[in-house]
Design a binder for this molecule. Structure first.
Ligand code: CMP
Length: 135
């Protein structure tokens, strides 16, 4: 898979706010091209598997509960420098600290209900895209 792709997940809080279209519109206006997309109500096993890297963290249980609380949208995006550009565009993990105008500042609530997830490296982008869409 080319390194110009990354995975975005629109989380249950943003889906519940009816913000899918607004978020996708902003991403497209920023030059991201949607390559694959699906909506999915994650099972316990899927949420635990996707966030396995965090399984020893104190927030893991709450994170899995949150991520299985409603449907989410998984999107494979393409753009030059996709991983770093998307991380900057969505803002810091904690929505209350995210820079004005970023997706998390606009649509997130706090450190957990932060509207979206984005891959943090090219290797993780490839793994996360494969997790939802296959190789
Ligand atoms: P995300 O970028 O999807 O990666 C892990 C997720 O765990 C994070 O966004 C938040 O939704 C959630 N989370 C909850 N508490 C914390 C915390 N203290 N630090 C980092 N992530 C947290």
């Amino acid at each position: 898979m080319s390194a110009d792709r990354t995975l975005l997940m629109i989380k249950p809080d943003a889906v519940a706010k009816n913000a899918i279209g607004d978020i996708l519109q902003r991403l497209e206006a920023e030059g991201f091209v949607i390559r694959q997309m699906r909506m999915n109500h994650l099972s316990q096993e899927q949420a635990q598997g996707f966030y396995e890297v965090h399984k020893e963290r104190p927030f893991f249980g709450e994170l899995v509960s949150f991520m299985t609380s409603g449907p989410s949208v998984q999107v494979a995006l393409q753009r030059e420098n996709a991983v770093a550009h998307l991380r900057g565009f969505i803002g810091e993990t904690d929505s209350t600290k995210a820079a004005a105008g970023t997706i998390r500042a606009l649509f997130g609530t706090d450190i957990q209900c932060n509207a979206v997830h984005a891959s943090d490296s090219d290797d993780n982008a490839a793994q996360e895209i494969a997790f939802y869409f296959g190789d």
